[in-house]
Structure formats: structure tokens, C-alpha cells
Ligand binder design. Structure first.
Ligand code: CTP
Length: 400
């Protein structure tokens, strides 16, 4: 459940911060990536150096760091995660969260996040039982913050009672449970989805191929977003540098022919999203051995047309997916060209993207074209486009 999950771990200033290195180790053992934000008081208990070494990432501490702000602002920091975990969560940070204070990087990230938040409270028993803390706890619970612990036992301050931070493995288990339950109760649970992503590589000979600049970022993000809403997702991907999205069955292919075969084998599905930049042509007869330079002139390559995977899926008759979505990469007349492609390929929706600014970046400017309307979205991160599209798909499946 934690494989490839991105966890933003906020470490505030309690003695239980000494358990954080072990928490990071356990999360990473389970395949999660952990990025830490360390508060000023947290740094009294654990060093940024140890958190950086264990997480394998930079530790973020300063709200007004010029380098951090240019490389990774506090908004992105809190959004490029699947969940934000505060461990230990002191009475002080709980109070700030409850009141919406944002006076350092940790609290600013917590206020700016649109992701689920889990806290592991840790404090003296009297502080925990204080009416103010209990009122803050209720406020946070009412807002959907997940609480793990605290437990009872001996405390560093010598008193005994509630307020001890949950054990490391209890926090790990709570995170696993969170992701499991989100999938089981998600709006797409019970639905199956097929997503294509990345470029295809069409061989010229054993060492050369025809390809394009597709990164696979958008297709992979869509597969992840659908899986997060509970769909059983098969991702058929050409060669990319992207990591396999959590909870998704990934089938790696190289050529358009292989992609079509993998998609056909993945059916029946009720949702198909074709985000791959499939090469339109392949070399009609690729050479079995490396083509050598010769004095007889340049090699002649003749091309053959590749199968259109989107059109094939969208025309598939009785086992046609209920919702078929294609992409259209356009540099001009985005809506008109996208609409024409929607009809030509018989798909239900087209996500037309304006690629005049280039291919392969982290952001996308898209329009969602349906039979009824065309709707232009603002420029968003590819992850945000994926989440918005997945939410639209979930709405559609519920209402159709
Ligand atoms: N597609 C596909 N199989 C192909 C070619 C395209 O599944 N052989 C899908 C893509 O995944 C995408 C859509 O079709 O969903 C894009 O269609 P295409 O006609 O290739 O559009 P563009 O790439 O935008 O190319 P062009 O404007 O040159 O027609």
C-alpha cells in the first residue's frame, strides 16, 4: 500500500522526534518516498543532516529561502505529496493548525495543502488533556484530519498517561490503512480502466529507432489519479523515465503493435484513456542486424502506418469501454482540431493540449472536449490535470 507513495513528513519539536529516523526508514523500506519539513524546535531534537541522509532528499526548513522558493515553493511542497504527515505533532502545531496560523514553513505548507493530513500527537499528559488541546483536536477531526495515537505510558517528562506518540509501526500501519480504505471506498471502486502512456519506439534496426519527445508524465499521472479513486488500472506504457504509479498494473511495451496487443489483452475495461504519443509510422521492414554505412549511398527507409489504438478501442463494438478518452496535441486551433479528432476517432472525450510551448514539461494547458461542450482549463501541473480529469471521469461514471 505504501509503494511509490509520496509522503511529506513535518517534524515538529517534541522528544518523540527522535523516533522519526526510524519512521523514515520503515516507510522507505515499504517503497514510499519521504520528504521532510523540519520546524525550528524540531531541529532541537533531530538534525536536518540525519533526516536528509535517511530520506535521501533535501530537508526543508526555511519559509523564506530563496533557493527553496525558486526550486520548490511551499505550495508545491505540500501538493506534490500523496499525504502530509505531522509526526510528532506538538500541542503547539495542533493549535496553529486549528487556527490556521502560518508563521513558518511547516504551518504554511499545512495551510496550503489540498492533500489529506495525518497527525501523530505527542505531548505531556496534562497538555494532551487540556481543554484547549481537546478542542483543537475536535476541530481538526471535524475537518477530516486523520489522527494516529497518542498512546499511554511513561513519558520523557517523568509523568505517566496519554500523550506518548504512537509507535512507529502504528503510524506506518495507519498510513497503509488510509491508502487501502481510500481505494476501497473511492468513487471509481468497482471500475476498470486502461491508460496508455509514453512514446513508442519503432525499430529501424537493433540499435536505432523512431521515437518522439513524450515523457509519459501525463499518462502516468492519470493512471495514478484513477487508481487513487479506486479504479483497477492497467497502464500500458512505452519507454519512459517515470516510476510505476502506486497500485497500478503496468505493462511495458516498445512499439505501437505491442501497445495495441497489450491493450486488447487488458479488455474488457469500462474506461480507456489514450494518453500515449503513439508513433504514426513504423519502418516497414526493420533490419535484423545493424545497418552499416556503405559506399552504395544512403539507406532507404520505407514507412508503414501504425494501428490507431484509440480508434480501435473506440470502435470496438459490444466490448467498447463505456468511456473512451483521447488526447490531441495541437499547436493551433486547439478546440476545432480536438473536436474534429473526437469525431474522427469515435471517442467520447478529447483532452486537447496546447503543445506550442513544447512537450515534456511538468505543466499542461488543456481543454476538455465532449460531445456537448469544450471547456478550457487553466495551466495546471500534470498531476492536477490528472486529478481533475479523474474526478470528471468519476462523476460521469456515477451519472451515466
Ligand atoms: N493514438 C493512438 N494510436 C495511434 C495514434 C494516436 O492511440 N497510432 C491516440 C493518442 O494516444 C491520442 C490520440 O490518438 O489519444 C492522438 O491522435 P493523433 O491523430 O495521433 O493526434 P496527434 O498526435 O495530435 O497528431 P496529428 O495532429 O498529427 O493528427
Amino acid at each position: 500500500m505504501l509503494e511509490n507513495r509520496r509522503i511529506l513528513l513535518i517534524v515538529s519539536g517534541g522528544i518523540a522526534a527522535v523516533k522519526v529516523p526510524d519512521l523514515i526508514r520503515r516507510l522507505r523500506e515499504r517503497g514510499a518516498s519521504v520528504r521532510c519539513v523540519l520546524t525550528e524546535s524540531g531541529a532541537q531534537f533531530v538534525t536536518p543532516m540525519s533526516l536528509a541522509a535517511l530520506s535521501g532528499d533535501k530537508v526543508f526548513q526555511d519559509l523564506f529561502s530563496l533557493t527553496d522558493e525558486s526550486e520548490m515553493g511551499h505550495i508545491n511542497l505540500s501538493r506534490e505529496a500523496d499525504i502530509v504527515v505531522v509526526a510528532p505533532a506538538t500541542a503547539n502545531i495542533m493549535a496553529k493548525m486549528a487556527y490556521g496560523l502560518a508563521d513558518d514553513l511547516a504551518t504554511t505548507a499545512l495551510l496550503a495543502t489540498d492533500k489529506p493530513v495525518m497527525i501523530a500527537p505527542s505531548m505531556n499528559v496534562m497538555m494532551w488533556e487540556h481543554a484547549a488541546t481537546q478542542a483543537n483536536l475536535t476541530t481538526l477531526q471535524d475537518r477530516g484530519v486523520h489522527i494516529v495515537g497518542p498512546g499511554a505510558g511513561d513519558m520523557a517528562c517523568g509523568e505517566v498517561g496519554d500523550g506518548r506518540m504512537a509507535e512507529v509501526m502504528d503510524i506506518v500501519d495507519a498510513l497503509g490503512e488510509f491508502f487501502k480504505s481510500r481505494i476501497e471506498h473511492g468513487p471509481l471502486s468497482g471500475h476498470s480502466a486502461l491508460v496508455t502512456s509514453g512514446p513508442t519506439h519503432e525499430p529501424i534496426d537493433p540499435v536505432r529507432y523512431i521515437a518522439n519527445r513524450s515523457s509519459g508524465k501525463q499518462g502516468h499521472a492519470i493512471a495514478a489519479a484513477l487508481a487513487d479513486l479506486g479504479a483497477a488500472v492497467t497502464l500500458v506504457s512505452g519507454p519512459t523515465q517515470e516510476i510505476d504509479p502506486p497500485g497500478v498494473k503496468v505493462i511495458a511495451v516498445e512499439t505501437a503493435d505491442q501497445m495495441l496487443a497489450a491493450c486488447t489483452a487488458a479488455k474488457p475495461v469500462n474506461i480507456a484513456v489514450c494518453a500515449a504519443a503513439v508513433a504514426d509510422w513504423r519502418v516497414a521492414e526493420s533490419a535484423n542486424s545493424k545497418i552499416k554505412k556503405s559506399d552504395d549511398g544512403l539507406p532507404q527507409l520505407s514507412l508503414a502506418e501504425n494501428p490507431d489504438i484509440l480508434a480501435t478501442l473506440a470502435h470496438a463494438g459490444k466490448d467498447r469501454p463505456r468511456l473512451v478518452i483521447g488526447f490531441a496535441a495541437e499547436t493551433e486551433n486547439v478546440i476545432d482540431n480536438g473536436s474534429a479528432k473526437r469525431s474522427a476517432k469515435n471517442c467520447d472525450w478529447v483532452v486537447a493540449n496546447d503543445v506550442s510551448a513544447g512537450f515534456g514539461g511538468d505543466e499542461n494547458t488543456v481543454s476538455l472536449i465532449t460531445q456537448e461542450a469544450a471547456e478550457s482549463w487553466p495551466t495546471l501541473s500534470k498531476q492536477a490535470v490528472a486529478e481533475r480529469l479523474a474526478a470528471r471521469i468519476a462523476d460521469h461514471m456515477k451519472n451515466s
